[in-house]
Design a protein around this ligand. Structure first.
Ligand code: TRP
Length: 446
């Protein structure tokens, strides 16, 4: 009853597509290639895949299980399983992290919208001058926030689910087409080698932190987005299958994106280490060279913008669900106020791309610009830390025995065989690996 008053997914595929919609976004197509490029290519990819399946999937299952059990937002869900006053802080951290990630994510999402029009008009100005123009930067940023707010006001089944259904299959197909083309380019094989032939001497502590952070970011973990989405799933669904499907779909899209970017990158002779601008510099070159490239390019950026939208929706949904459930705000009021706050926090990110020099390179954080600092602090550290706490919370405080009763609802008896493995990973491996990686953090600043 409670559940239907808040809204619920209308079907299994509806949920998987919405959760995959949250997971698949700029993290796969913008962030994964540039982070891979900065950390040496194939060896990073191997570490990343290990992080996704050994750390990400157990925590994804934990978040979905906690959400479905309590049918609540992160703060409410944690309050429902423990009386402690400490643990709800993890929920608050998630709510804040959601707003903080949204604040810069919407800036980059705005670029994808801008690139729809730049592709149509065959704009010849550089990516650098595009993002340095404050009117353009702030304009597209605001546009994207308004679109996100519009979807979230509609609520889960009308807003979020409807968008996700059409998009993912289309994005998959267009990536396949782009890979086929990129592989035919001269010099593409050097890119394939960089991307797929691991050189393990390139792995250091900062590589592992980057891979772990990327796994959390890409799977939308560590801040309660999947607790919130889990709270809308019916008890009839098999959570283990749902989690595996989401992780596979997300990983597939990211790895395919790499197969487009790296062959093309090496073919045009650009550096893999250039950072966040990577895909915005490379993709237009592909579309220029490709027969029918304008149409393909426009189509691609439209799909990317929608993929970003289904992700920003899940970021905004966390603080909104918190205010609606815990503070009894109306959905509309919550959306308007959170969006306004996110706009304020996001402005310095939008202006850090060449407009305001003081925001463009911050020395004490490795020369990152303001947007890069936000991405590192919230998109990596805060998620990794939140993931650690959630693993301990579900693994030890709530306990995997109680959690697995919820997990097995709708899963059929066969699945009970998987519980010990999941429990072991969640209780021991996840906390241990994350703690070791975070203790290595000092290396990141060198
Ligand atoms: N996973 C999304 C992407 O890869 C971004 C995202 C959406 C996210 N919701 C999240 C990241 C929650 C962390 C936490 O683009």
């Amino acid at each position: 009853m409670e559940q239907s008053a808040r809204g619920a997914w209308t079907s299994r595929t509806g949920f998987i597509l919405a959760a995959a919609g949250s997971a698949i976004g700029l993290g796969n197509i913008w962030r994964f290639p540039y982070v891979t490029g900065m950390h040496g290519g194939a060896a990073f990819v191997v570490v990343y895949l290990a992080c996704v399946f050994a750390i990400g999937v157990p925590i994804l299952i934990a978040e979905l299980t906690l959400g479905r059990h309590t049918t609540l937002n992160p703060v409410g869900a944690i309050r429902a399983i423990t009386k402690s006053r400490f643990w709800p802080l993890v929920g608050y951290l998630g709510v804040i992290t959601g707003a903080a990630i949204l604040s810069y994510y919407a800036v980059i999402a705005g670029w994808t919208v801008g690139y729809i029009f730049r592709t149509i008009s065959h704009s010849s100005s550089s990516f650098g001058s595009f993002i340095a123009d404050p009117t353009i930067e702030v304009g597209y940023f605001v546009l994207f926030l308004i679109m996100t707010a519009g979807v979230v006001v509609g609520g889960v089944e009308r807003g979020i689910e409807r968008w996700s259904k059409i998009l993912m299959p289309m994005l998959f197909l267009i990536l396949l087409g782009l890979i086929a083309f990129a592989l035919t380019l001269e010099g593409a094989s050097k890119g394939v080698e960089f991307y797929l032939k691991p050189d393990f001497s390139k792995i250091s502590g900062s590589t592992v932190l980057a891979a772990l952070g990327q796994a959390f970011f890409s799977l939308s973990l560590g801040m309660g987005a999947m607790i919130t989405y889990g709270s809308y799933i019916s008890k009839k669904e098999n959570l283990a299958i749902s989690a595996a499907s989401v992780a596979l779909a997300d990983t597939l899209i990211a790895t395919l994106a790499g197969l487009v970017i790296f062959p093309a990158l090496f073919s045009v002779g650009m550096a893999p280490t250039q950072g966040p601008g990577l895909v915005f510099n490379v993709l237009p070159r592909i579309f220029e060279m490709m027969p029918g490239g304008t149409i393909v390019g426009v189509f691609f950026f439209v799909l990317l913008a929608i993929a970003a939208l289904t992700s920003t929706v899940s970021l905004l949904e966390v603080p909104v669900a918190f205010l609606v459930d815990q503070r009894k705000w109306s959905r509309k009021k919550a959306v308007i106020i959170v969006t306004a706050i996110v706009f304020a926090i996001g402005l310095p990110s939008a202006l850090s791309q060449g407009t305001v020099p003081a925001l463009s390179s911050i020395d004490w954080l490795g020369g990152r610009d303001f947007l890069g600092v936000m991405d590192f602090v919230f998109g990596n550290l805060s998620l990794t830390f939140g993931g650690l706490l959630l693993a301990i919370l579900v693994g030890w405080v709530w306990g995997t025995r109680k959690a697995s009763e919820e997990l097995l609802l709708g899963a059929g008896p066969r699945f009970s065989a998987l519980v010990p493995g999941w429990s072991f990973m969640l209780r021991y491996i996840c906390p241990l690996v994350i703690i070791v990686v975070l203790l290595n953090l000092t290396g990141v600043f060198e």
